[in-house]
Design a binder for this molecule. Structure first.
Ligand code: FAD
Length: 451
């Protein structure tokens, strides 16, 4: 054998990087294998003359303490950036204009996003019965408890923003477990929200919040910091097509496609996407692994747009477009309104999103067609003059961007458990389970490193 280590981690996205970093911190002999010639996976920042554009995530949410712990450990190598308080407002597109999503009782009453029928009916939400279908979709749950206008103008655009998904297909207990628990544990969203106030206050005291975060200089700096902490000698890039084999003595043999080099290890943690697993685990019958590898991913086109003036960009997080409005654009993030370092002073950096589960065909648009859509969006949605020049534009097409936790999730999770039982020392992780947000990925990595 060419090398023997305790743990091999496969896939150098945020999950694999954080897992490797934390294992290494604990003194474990670990090696990270990455197929591509760079680590970071979906995290990638472009810095072009003072404009920062992300090809993947723009922000995470500080929804657990593992995020804070990670940044504490990274110290000066990476600076956590919390979005400007004033930029917390979320805008929702309705009938030709953006309107703020209510953030308090008064605005919840006065908003014209929701119908009066649903606003009055929400008073009875605490008295509504619990649902019976364990795999109830987000859309069905919201219609049942809150009413159709809340689904159309709050939850549908939120689901677009997070999952690029379809609320009719996503299963609440897997896709939005916190929302599911409010009904499951407290019988009602409102009652649950009131009862959880104490717990929320204690979480807030620890720094856990709904605040969105990035990193000074963009998420590429987080990747750099993790790479530096791990050390290049513990990362194998351009590993090619990797094959895993269980060996008779209970260890694992990992063969690198690029060099035919063989590595043995006690434990292997995969963090690669679902569709990469059949090739990697070719010792498992493709039919047997199908409940995992068949996971659906939403396609997303993200367009980084740099403008030479920010005069029309609201001081808000961004604007989301509900499906019912039948627009091609899913949403626009106002990155330079959230963080100072996203664009040169007075200029704007925005991210446009297209595609998702409801418009997968938009992935096939040409650059010219995409630019035309962006220009129309700038003019019609953001009120920029029609001939506004675009200073920078980057188009990132992700054919398999975001895992969709749909009705097949239960079977997928069962299969993951079965395979982990059957093949001791093999851990199947990454976005195939435990959540798709950056905070979920960091939490999973922390859990993996403490197994
Ligand atoms: C456009 C977009 C926008 C997003 N926006 C947000 C957001 O605003 N907030 C948020 O919290 N989350 C967001 N996400 C989700 C978030 O980016 C992901 O959940 C997270 O980055 C996934 O990290 P990961 O390490 O689990 O997977 P990945 O980043 O996919 O990493 C997997 C790694 O495995 C490697 N790999 C694949 N196959 C093999 C193989 N056979 N052998 C070895 N290596 C292999 C890949 O090259 C990759 O480096 C967004 C995602 C996308 C695509």
């Amino acid at each position: 054998m060419d090398k023997n280590v305790e743990v091999v981690v496969i896939g150098g996205g945020i999950t694999g990087l954080v897992t490797t970093f934390l294992l290494k911190e604990k003194g474990v002999n670990v090696l990270l294998l990455e197929k591509a010639n760079r680590v970071g996976g979906q995290l990638n920042t472009i810095d072009d003359e003072g404009f920062l554009f992300e090809s993947g995530p723009n922000t995470g949410v500080i929804s657990n303490k593992e995020v804070l712990d990670l940044f504490r450990k990274l110290g000066n190598d990476c600076t956590l950036q919390i979005a400007r308080k004033e930029a917390k407002v979320r805008l929702i597109w309705k009938k030709g204009s953006f309107r703020p999503l209510p953030s308090g009782l008064l605005s919840a009453i006065s908003t014209n996003l929701f119908s009066w029928h649903d606003k009055i009916n929400i008073l009875f939400e605490p008295f509504r019965k619990k649902g019976k279908n364990p795999n109830e979709s987000i859309a069905d749950l919201v219609k049942r408890r809150l009413g159709k206008s809340y689904l159309n103008y709050a939850v549908d655009p939120f689901v677009s923003g997070v999952y690029a998904g379809d609320p009719n297909r996503l299963v609440t207990r897997f896709a939005l477990p916190k929302l599911h628990r409010l009904e499951d544990e407290y019988g009602s969203f409102i009652r649950g929200a009131i009862k959880r106030r104490k717990a929320l206050a204690s979480e807030k005291a620890q720094g856990i919040s709904k605040d969105v975060f990035s990193v000074k200089g963009g998420f590429g700096q987080l990747v750099k910091a993790l790479q530096k902490k791990i050390g290049d000698e513990f990362i194998q890039l351009s590993a090619g097509s990797i094959k895993l084999e269980p060996s008779s003595d209970g260890s694992w043999v990992v063969t690198l496609g690029s060099t035919e080099k063989k590595i043995t290890s006690k434990k292997v943690i995969t963090t690669v996407p679902a569709y990469a697993l059949p090739d990697l685990l070719s010792f498992i019958d493709t039919k047997e692994i199908a409940p995992i590898s068949s996971l659906t991913y939403a396609p997303v086109v993200q367009i980084g747009v740099g403008l030479n003036n920010n005069s029309r960009v609201p001081l808000a997080f961004g604007g989301l477009i509900p499906s019912i409005e039948k627009e091609k654009i899913l949403g626009i993030l106002f990155n330079s309104s959230c963080y100072d370092d996203r664009a040169p002073k007075g200029k704007a950096s925005l991210s446009f999103f297209l595609g998702g589960m409801k418009h997968p065909h938009l992935l096939n648009l040409s650059d010219e067609e995409i630019i035309k859509l962006v220009k129309t969006g700038l003019h019609r949605m953001m009120k920029y003059p029609e001939d506004t020049p675009i200073e920078k534009i980057y188009i990132f097409r992700h054919s398999k961007a975001i895992p969709q936790y749909e009705v097949d999730t239960e079977k997928r999770l069962e299969k993951i458990n079965l395979l982990q039982e059957k093949y001791k020392g093999l851990i199947l992780a990454g976005g195939i389970r435990d959540g798709i947000g950056l905070a979920d990925r960091i939490k999973q990595a922390t859990d993996l490193a403490s197994l």
